[in-house]
Write a protein that binds this ligand. Structure first.
Ligand SMILES: *Cc1c(COP(=O)(O)O)cnc(C)c1O
Length: 396
């Protein structure tokens, strides 16, 4: 019999009922150290006191009005994002896929607005992930995402990640934009080289294309800068944000320059819940904390310490781990055994990590992970690796 919850996820057996900082707690009191943070969502950990307070206060005043009226919290959050980024304007959504849909529609609209409706094609990269809607699975282009879901939305061309020559060769009279995750997340924590991002920006400028970045996973402080593209000095024309921006409350955003957003006039796009007063109240509090340079310095410091210690751990377990990579607190450890074996060994040590593409385990802790919790996480991951080694020995 089909479960009451549609079984589209292969779920681990834990059920959490409470969160505290970097910890998740089951009904029986067992405590798990969370290095997944809801897949890069809980940037400030669980039940952050300031976020709880902001959400409670908003809940007592107003939950929802629709976008037929001004939403003051939306204005506040948009002003903060505009002040902190390349963007001049923001559309709010409830999820990452919707932020990406807005980005794709905006790029197409830009060229139609400029009397070039034939320019609607977007060049994207292999092993990308942009969400689960019909548009975003076509944007990513992976067989696993598309299979069985009928005709693929046209308008996307795929080239290898990091291949500037292939990108250049794919540009033709129908090209509207280039779409990239500055650090591929689901694809296995693969950072784009600065030179590659610079090359993409130059191609866009040369051919009059829009550069779209998907910073849904790598943005909101995860890289140690507010947005990962800042490390390269390259700015996009359009950027999709979600996950971390709500700190756990559903919220996404599509940021754009005034030029890129030119066609998005009244009536062209919308969302009933998008930018809802509850979500944008929390989002504004998250941005206040995360965009603070002192907070981002702390992320870089923690990231440096964690990376150095993880490198040691990887070297200490050559049967289990191959190498590591990533940016800031978005780290991937390439495994020699199936990554799910390592993730499961972590569960046995009450440590949560997330599998990713290319046989990687993803380490995506809350950005405010304490030094004590970091030390505890390393000890647990060490024990998990030993358990995997013992299993290998037992099998041979
Ligand atoms: C998670 C993710 C998405 C999709 O976000 P949803 O909120 O699940 O729709 C899109 N792009 C990237 C890079 C992501 O990591």
């Amino acid at each position: 019999m089909i479960p009451a919850v549609l079984p589209t996820y292969a779920r681990a057996p834990m059920s959490f009922v409470k969160g505290e900082g970097s910890w998740l707690i089951e009904a029986d009191g067992s405590r798990y150290l969370d290095l997944g943070a809801g897949i890069a969502v809980n940037v400030l950990g669980h039940a952050h006191p300031q976020l709880v307070e902001v959400l409670k206060a908003q809940a007592e005043n107003l939950w929802h009005t629709s976008n037929l009226y001004n939403i003051p919290n939306q204005q506040v959050l948009a002003d903060k994002l505009v002040a902190a980024t390349f963007a001049d304007t923001v559309f709010f959504t409830n999820s990452g896929a919707e932020a990406m849909e807005c980005a794709i529609k905006m790029a197409r609209k830009y060229f139609s607005h400029h009397d070039q409706p034939e320019r609607s094609n977007i060049i994207a990269f292999r092993d990308a992930f942009h969400g689960r809607t019909l548009g975003t699975i076509a944007a990513a282009g992976g067989e696993k995402l598309l299979k069985g879901f009928g005709p693929q939305l046209p308008g996307f061309t795929h080239v290898p990640f990091g291949d500037l020559a292939a990108t250049k060769a794919a540009i033709d009279e129908h090209t509207a934009a280039i779409l990239i995750e500055p650090v591929q997340g689901e694809g296995g924590i693969v950072p784009a080289e600065d030179a590659f991002l610079k090359g993409l920006r130059a191609l866009c400028d040369e051919h009059g294309l829009l550069l779209i970045m998907d910073e849904i996973q790598c943005g909101m402080g995860r890289s140690g800068r507010l947005f990962a593209h800042e490390w390269s000095g390259v700015t996009p024309d359009i950027m999709a944000v979600a996950k971390g921006i709500g700190g756990g409350f559903p919220l996404g955003a599509c940021l754009a320059t005034e030029r890129a957003a030119a066609g998005m006039i009244a009536g062209t796009h919308g969302s009933t819940y998008g930018g809802n007063p509850l979500a944008t109240a929390v989002g504004a509090a998250v941005v206040d904390i995360v965009a603070d340079p002192a907070f981002l310095d702390g992320v870089c410091r923690r990231a440096g310490a964690l990376r150095q210690k993880l490198e040691g751990l990887v070297a200490a377990h050559p049967q289990v781990f191959d190498s590591m990579r990533g940016v800031g607190l978005m780290l991937g450890i390439v495994c020699k055994v199936p990554n799910t074996d390592v993730v499961k060994a972590g569960y046995a040590e009450k440590l949560l990590t997330v599998p990713g593409g290319q046989n990687v385990i993803r380490i995506l802790p809350p950005l405010n992970l304490s030094d004590d919790d970091m030390a505890e996480a390393l000890a647990r991951l060490d024990r998990a690796a030993i358990a995997v080694e013992d299993a290998i020995e037992a099998a041979t």
